[in-house]
Design a protein around this ligand. Structure first.
Ligand SMILES: C[S@@+](CC[C@H](N)C(=O)[O-])C[C@H]1O[C@@H](n2cnc3c(N)ncnc32)[C@H](O)[C@@H]1O
Length: 394
């Protein structure tokens, strides 16, 4: 989907910026030349529609457009921005705007200065939304109606030398994400709660630039069906999965049926069956899988202060290794597989990847040029997830 012409967009990444960047440049390799500002703002020339791009990605919270032709001097900037905000507020008489300042302490009073300047330039009523946090959340932008033509959400970004003024043009649909997370049947806290956004990031990392509608995606540990439900919503031609537990198979089927009804998915073929991922799958046809995205079995749920024993970790390594061997014949050449593997957060202990992939025909496919794998963790959890992408090249 094309936007009017090439324009400079800024992708604001979520809680795990490196993972979001890896997702973006995997799915859209033509954007890889972009530049990262202030750790989570990725600036790049782009011709796609921001709203469409937002729908494709799990790790981007806002997409901003660079407001061109602005002076870098704070005084002149205020006059230019006031004019911009007034002209962009076309839906209502009231002029509404929000401001976020990133890394630019000299612009701290910009919100107040801007409101005064707008009042000086127009008789229209003015409403400013200024958050306590340095950056207005995507939810606030949506709830406060700060997207054009109802309002303007400005972000002033400063890197070592550059000052860039941007306005938000798309935000992640937080209410839809929450519906997909909590509204879905078959969620099971005991089997682990893979956030749907992370599931989508993993699918994008595996899919790359490949076309969705003709591709088959497989999850050999389908659990409650988080990955497969996201894949179904992304319109893959064939979405299939398996689990060793009948209950998980039933949960995934229920989740996919829910997605079919809620989102009217007709084109996707679903298939979910009971199967031990580490055993050779007779019913998986050779070279029938385009890619795999899965959060596999993570080990037993841990109580407070507990850790997996060495033998439990060895058992996981052996399970993953056997699963890769069993999967290899069913995967197409150059087919990519993305796993989220468990790791102990404190003290930091990762599973031995070289043992997991030993003699499987898979090699590690780095997620970013400088980072082979990436970590995903939340402060309230003891087990994190190591996101690993493998490619089958033998
Ligand atoms: C963390 S959950 C999977 C989450 C899932 N990928 C999702 O998207 O919701 C792990 C699942 O692995 C299943 N499992 C454990 N051992 C297995 C095996 N050998 N083969 C297949 N599934 C297995 C468990 O029953 C559990 O449902």
């Amino acid at each position: 989907m094309r936007y009017a012409a090439f324009m400079k967009l800024v992708f604001q990444f979520g809680s795990h910026p490196a993972l979001s960047q890896a997702e973006l440049v995997s799915r859209f390799p033509n954007l890889a030349h972009g530049r990262l500002l202030a750790e989570r703002f990725f600036v790049v020339e782009c011709s796609e529609s921001p709203a469409w791009l937002m729908g494709q990605l799990g790790g981007v919270v806002k997409i901003l457009e660079v407001v061109e032709g602005l002076s870098r001097k704070p005084d002149e900037l205020v006059a230019h921005l006031a004019d911009h905000v007034i002209r962009a507020n076309t839906a209502r008489n009231k002029v509404t705007f929000g401001v976020s300042i990133v890394n630019a302490s000299e612009f701290k009073g910009l919100g107040i200065a801007l409101k005064r300047e707008i009042q000086a330039q127009t008789d229209r009523p003015v409403r400013s939304v200024i958050s306590r946090d340095p950056i207005l959340s995507s939810a606030s932008v949506q709830l406060e109606k700060l997207l054009p033509p109802d309002g303007v959400d400005l972000t002033i970004l400063k890197d070592s030398s550059d000052v860039v003024a941007c306005q938000t043009v798309a935000v992640q649909p937080f209410d839809e994400w929450s519906f997909r997370d909590y509204g879905r049947p078959g969620r099971d806290a005991k089997r682990g709660m893979l956030p749907p956004k992370l599931a989508k990031i993993m699918i994008n990392l595996a899919q790359g630039a490949m076309e969705s509608s003709s591709s088959a995606v497989y999850d050999p540990f389908c659990g409650s069906g988080t990955v497969l439900t996201e894949a179904a919503l992304m319109n893959f031609g064939r979405v299939f999965g398996s689990d060793i537990l009948k209950q998980a198979v039933d949960d995934t089927k229920a989740s996919l049926a829910w997605a079919r009804t809620q989102f009217g998915l007709d084109a996707t073929e679903f298939d979910v069956f009971k199967h031990d991922a580490s055993a050779r799958a007779q019913h998986l046809k050779p070279a029938s899988i385009d890619f795999v995205a899965s959060e596999p079995f993570l080990g037993r749920p841990l109580k407070k202060g507990e850790a997996l024993s060495a033998s439990e970790k060895n058992a996981l390594v052996a399970l993953y290794n056997k699963t890769l061997r069993a999967l290899a014949p069913a995967m197409k050449q150059d087919c990519r597989l993305v796993f989220s593997l468990p790791f102990q957060i404190t003290p930091r202990e990762l599973l031995p990847l070289h043992e997991i992939i030993a003699e499987t025909g898979f090699t590690i496919d780095p997620l970013l040029p400088e980072q082979k794998t990436l970590l995903y963790m939340r402060s309230d959890q003891r087990t994190g997830r190591q996101i690993v992408r493998l490619v089958r090249n033998a």
